[in-house]
Ligand binder design. Structure first.
Ligand SMILES: *Cc1c(COP(=O)(O)O)cnc(C)c1O
Length: 250
């Protein structure tokens, strides 16, 4: 179940190859990469199963909800039924106003179906998806250019042309991540950490050491990225950071 972290999907083809070799299924968590591309094709042109989220903070939203895309017809039937109480071949009928009273249930069902109100919001947002992405791509490009000359700050490797950017994460290499984060917040610049490692959380607590994860967890910082971010805002964010680190010489 690979996550398209920060909308990046470059590693997926390799993973699919590995999965094929060992006859494994791949369920891609594409919650954050809706409207992006991989190898020139829209993400969603499926290899196995891809899940999108239309939660309020995602690339487009329907308020809540999401979508599962698969080329596996049997699985698709099961998902459709499972979303609406497990009734087999019944969900489509219901959405056209019909209803069968003699349906069958052979798998666990849930109430995960999208309401018409949410779908209406989602359909409107869908029209705006590419426009939203363009705005965020411009901001990401600007960030990368401005940050390229800042010492001790590293951008993740972004395929800006292809990706639908959702969050903009940098690595602070000089052990001053927390200082930077708190100071930026004091300046009214929101920033955060995506994410704490799972093995730090109570539920998954483990004494195993994951040195690479733990190193990166201390470095990552997410900078503002949204559809109302203006050029001047990006300059302000970078300018503030630069002043703090005292390293900028553009
Ligand atoms: C938001 C998000 C989810 C959850 O999506 P829901 O629509 O809330 O179920 C899962 N994975 C990632 C990476 C996300 O960002």
């Amino acid at each position: 179940m690979p996550v398209h972290y920060a909308s990046e999907t470059g590693f997926i083809p390799q993973l699919l190859k590995l999965a094929k070799k060992y006859s494994l299924r791949v369920v891609e968590d594409a919650a954050r990469s809706f409207a992006g591309f991989r190898n020139g094709e829209r993400i969603g042109k499926v290899d196995d199963v891809i899940c999108f989220s239309f939660d309020g903070i995602k690339n487009i939203t329907s308020g809540k909800g999401g979508a599962i895309v698969t080329s596996n017809a049997a699985l698709l039937e099961r998902v459709k039924g499972g979303c609406l109480l497990g009734g087999e071949k019944d969900s489509e009928k219901r959405f056209t106003g019909e209803r069968s009273w003699d349906f069958n249930v052979s798998n666990q069902g849930f109430r995960f179906h999208m309401s018409n109100i949410m779908a209406a919001i989602g359909r409107e947002h869908l029209k705006k998806a590419d426009g939203f992405i363009q705005i965020k791509k411009q901001a990401v490009t600007q960030y990368i250019v401005l940050l390229s000359s800042v010492k001790d700050i590293e951008c993740l490797q972004h395929k800006v042309e292809q990706n639908a950017p959702h969050i903009f994460v940098i690595k602070v290499l000089n052990d001053k991540r927390d200082y930077l984060m708190h100071t930026l917040r004091e300046l009214g610049i929101q920033c955060g950490i995506h994410y704490q490692p799972n093995h730090y959380l109570k539920l998954y607590k483990s004494n195993d050491s994951l040195p690479n994860t733990e190193l990166v967890a201390k470095q990552i910082l997410t900078l503002p990225l949204h559809t109302e971010l203006q050029k001047d805002d990006v300059t302000y964010v970078v300018g503030s950071r630069v002043k703090l680190l005292g390293e900028y010489n553009a």
